[in-house]
Design a protein around this ligand. Structure first.
Ligand code: PMP
Length: 388
């Protein structure tokens, strides 16, 4: 072959060093130190005992963090969206109805995914700065008799946390499965899959897990498992939980190749779970609640306002903060990054131009971080919007 025939010449790829900011947006969050080490380990083949042991550890850790005794627990190769697509596509067949409780952008993603799969969608809406009550949802479940209800537990676009008690029972009364997005809530906020009757749940590892994005924990209840085993439709091959259960040895009898999983991602997830399990969930939830309560107190002292009026509806991993009229949200975010090396994000979806999204989660859920952040935000406001 003649090398003269190359049509694209080699690009100059230079190193681009940067100073890493403190990650206080709605995700990703900074890593546990053990994750940095796990990501730098040499790769091994995903078909050997050393690797299988990691999968077993991960499944045990995920059963603990989801609080489920279900066997059908594993992690999808992919970001949170992979979890979302796998939960929806395995549990709702084309032509069936998915009722979506919509208050932010993640339920809109669920709608897009479901529609692409040929699933009928129905939306019930609540204002972006509030959550759903059982009384609001019951008439729609009764009227539509959907195959499933999709709801976001912690919504990073609005900074709200949905109350989950009673929701599973309500869905089951009307023959619906309960599907839940816990991408930005799991580890930071109490979540009890079995206790609350959740049937399909997904999360992601770049938020309160304090790991890299790219591996999405999922879990399915016995009721969901029954639907999967008796299914009349084929979900997308890559997201087929029946096949993945064989690869993950969920039932203790198979190690069947489905796709090449990424060892560094799995080592990183295992490292996250090791730290989280050592800390224990109640201690982690309390740490998140205490650091965020402290952050909110400090914000109030500086006269910042909250997008979510009721304190009990505020998500402890992501706070949505309203700036005084006339202050430019992009300028605020840029100044905080430039002058304080702290990264937060502007609003998304219903909070665009209406709120900042500030995350205190994972390894950063500490009072010292809350103080640093509140002081830097106050300084930023003074600098770009000096008092008259
Ligand atoms: N759901 C929620 C609540 C999220 O915050 C996010 C990510 N910000 C997602 C879903 C999507 O996750 P990913 O970007 O990892 O695909």
């Amino acid at each position: 072959m003649s090398f003269d025939s190359l049509r694209v010449s080699s690009p100059k790829i230079v190193d681009r060093p940067f100073v890493k900011p403190l990650l206080c947006g709605p995700g990703p969050c900074d890593y546990w130190p053990s994750v940095v080490e796990a990501l730098s380990r040499q790769v091994i083949t995903p078909n050997c005992d050393e690797f299988y042991n990691v999968l077993d550890d991960i499944r045990a850790g995920l059963q603990y963090v989801f609080q489920t005794q279900s066997k059908l627990v594993l992690a999808m190769s992919g970001a949170g969206h992979a979890g979302m697509e796998s939960v929806i596509s395995n549990l709702v067949a084309p032509g069936e109805t998915l009722l979506i409780a919509s208050r932010g952008i993640w339920d809109q993603r669920a709608e897009i995914i479901a529609n692409r799969l040929g699933i009928k969608t129905e939306l019930i809406k609540s204002p972006a700065n509030s959550i759903f009550t059982l009384d609001q949802l019951e008439p729609e479940l009764n009227r539509l008799r959907p195959a499933a209800l999709f709801i976001t537990h912690g919504d990073s676009s609005t900074g709200t946390v949905q109350k989950m008690q009673g929701l599973g029972e309500l869905c089951h009364k009307y023959g619906a499965l309960l599907l839940v997005d816990t991408v930005v809530s799991l580890i930071g906020v109490p979540f009890l899959m079995d206790e609350w009757g959740v049937d399909g749940v997904f999360s992601s590892t770049q938020k309160a897990f304090s790991g890299p994005a790219g591996i999405a924990p999922v879990a399915f209840s016995a009721r969901a498992e029954q639907k999967i085993n008796n299914r009349t439709h084929e979900p997308p091959f890559y997201f087929d939980v029946k096949l993945l259960a064989n690869q993950w040895n969920c039932y203790g009898d198979t190690r069947q190749y489905h796709h090449t999983m990424s060892p560094p991602m799995l080592w990183a997830l295992r490292a996250c779970l090791q730290s989280i399990c050592n800390e224990t969930m109640p201690v982690s939830w309390a740490r998140h609640a205490a650091s965020t309560a402290h952050f909110h107190k400090r914000l109030q002292e500086y006269n910042f306002e909250f997008f979510v009026p009721k304190p009990e509806d505020r998500l402890s991993t992501v706070t949505t903060v309203v700036l005084p009229p006339g202050v430019d949200y992009s300028e605020f975010v840029a100044y905080l990054r430039e002058k304080h090396n702290i990264l937060i994000l502007e609003g998304r979806g219903p909070t665009v131009g209406k709120a900042l999204r500030v995350g205190i989660m994972g390894v950063n859920a500490r009072t010292a971080v809350a103080d640093l952040l509140a002081d830097a935000m106050a300084d930023t406001l003074r600098a770009i919007h000096p008092p008259k």
